[in-house]
Design a protein around this ligand. Structure first.
Ligand code: SAM
Length: 288
C-alpha cells in the first residue's frame, strides 16, 4: 500500500484531499498516520500488504505489540525491518479486575518504555500494565470538554491514560487505582509531565477513596456501571459522568439513576471495536 506519513492531528483535514485512497484505512502508529495514496499520485512509502487477519499491531514506545492472532515468523521479521523495535510482543489477552496483560515476547527483551501520545509521556512496562491505543480519540474528546479548574475524579486511572490529558487541560484530578504496578507508573507519569500540582493519587479501591462533590467523574472500566451507585453520591446538578462499558448499556445506567432518584441527560457513543460484534462504548451522563 502506497502511503504518505502525516501527524495524526492533521488526519481529519487531509482525508478530504484528492490524493487519498478512501477505500483503504489509514494506519496509525503513535502520533503518525500512514495515509493510503491513490494510483498515480506521489507517495513517500510503500507499505507491504498486511496479510494478517488479526487485529493488527500497535507501537508502544520502542515496542511493537500484536493483538488478535499470533503473527508468524515472516510477519515478525517484516515488522522488525520496518520499525526496528527493541521488542516485539503478542498480547494473548488481559486478566482479571486489574486487566493484567497476558503477553508472549516474540523478539528482544521486555522492559519499561516511554510512549508519547498527544504531547503526553507515558512510562510503562507492557508486561505489567495495559495500554490501549484505540482510546486516543476519546482521550482527546474528554480533555477537550474539561473546563480549567474543574474538580475531576478518575475512578480507574491506570497509568494515567485519561488522568494526564484531563489534568493537562486544566482539571484538578483525584486519581484512584487498585493495581500497585499501575500506581507506580501513574506517579512516574505525573512527574514526567509536570502535573504534580494538579493530580492527587489514592492507591486502592475507588469505592474507599471517592470523596466530596466532583464536576466530572471518569469511569474508564468496562464494568463501570456497577460502580454508579457509589459515583452518584458525589455529584451535583451539572456534574458529567463518563461511563465506559461494552455495548449498549444505557438501560442499566438509567436503572441506577432511577434507584438513586437522580435525573440526567445521556449521550452514548462507540469508542472502538474490541472483537467480533463487540464494541467499547462510553455514555456521557449529565446530571440535571
Ligand atoms: N481508565 C483507563 C482507560 O480507560 O484506559 C484504564 C482502564 S483499565 C481497563 C481499568 C483500570 O481500573 C485498571 O488499571 C484496574 O487495575 C483498575 N481498577 C479495577 N477495579 C478498580 C477499583 N475497584 N478501584 C480502582 N481501580 C480499579
Amino acid at each position: 500500500m502506497n502511503v504518505r506519513e502525516i501527524p495524526c492531528r492533521d488526519l481529519k483535514k487531509v482525508l478530504q484531499k484528492p490524493w487519498v485512497d478512501i477505500s483503504r484505512r489509514p494506519w496509525i502508529s503513535g502520533d503518525t498516520a500512514y495515509v493510503p495514496v491513490r494510483e498515480g499520485y506521489p507517495y513517500t512509502q510503500a507499505l507491504p500488504e498486511r496479510r494478517r487477519k488479526g487485529r493488527g499491531y500497535q507501537k508502544i514506545g520502542s515496542i511493537i505489540a500484536f493483538h488478535g492472532e499470533k503473527p508468524d515468523e515472516e510477519v515478525i521479521s517484516e515488522i522488525i525491518n520496518r520499525h526496528n523495535p527493541e521488542t516485539v510482543i503478542w498480547y494473548r489477552g488481559h486478566r482479571g479486575v486489574m486487566r493484567i496483560p497476558d503477553i508472549n515476547v516474540l523478539y528482544g527483551e521486555i522492559s519499561d518504555t516511554i510512549h508519547k501520545e498527544s504531547g503526553i509521556l507515558y512510562h510503562l512496562n507492557p508486561a505489567a500494565v495495559m495500554f490501549s491505543q484505540g482510546n486516543m480519540e476519546e482521550k482527546r474528546r474528554v480533555a477537550g470538554l474539561v473546563k480549567p479548574g474543574e474538580r475531576i475524579c478518575d475512578m480507574f486511572a491506570g497509568i494515567g491514560y485519561f488522568t494526564l490529558p484531563m489534568a493537562k487541560a486544566g482539571g484538578f484530578v483525584h486519581a484512584m487505582e487498585i493495581n500497585p504496578d499501575a500506581v507506580y507508573y501513574l506517579q512516574k507519569n505525573i512527574r514526567a509531565n509536570n502535573l504534580t500540582s494538579q493530580i492527587i493519587v489514592s492507591p486502592g479501591d475507588c469505592r474507599d477513596h471517592i470523596t466530596g462533590i466532583y464536576d466530572r467523574i471518569h469511569m474508564g472500566y468496562y464494568d463501570a456501571k456497577q460502580f454508579l451507585p457509589v459515583a452518584l453520591q458525589h455529584v451535583r446538578s451539572g456534574t458529567i459522568i463518563h461511563v465506559h462499558g461494552i455495548g449498549y448499556n444505557t438501560r442499566e445506567i438509567r436503572e441506577h439513576l432511577m434507584t438513586k432518584g437522580v435525573t440526567a441527560a445521556l449521550t452514548h457513543r462507540v469508542i472502538k471495536k474490541i472483537g467480533p460484534g463487540k464494541v467499547h462504548t462510553v455514555t456521557d451522563v449529565v446530571i440535571t
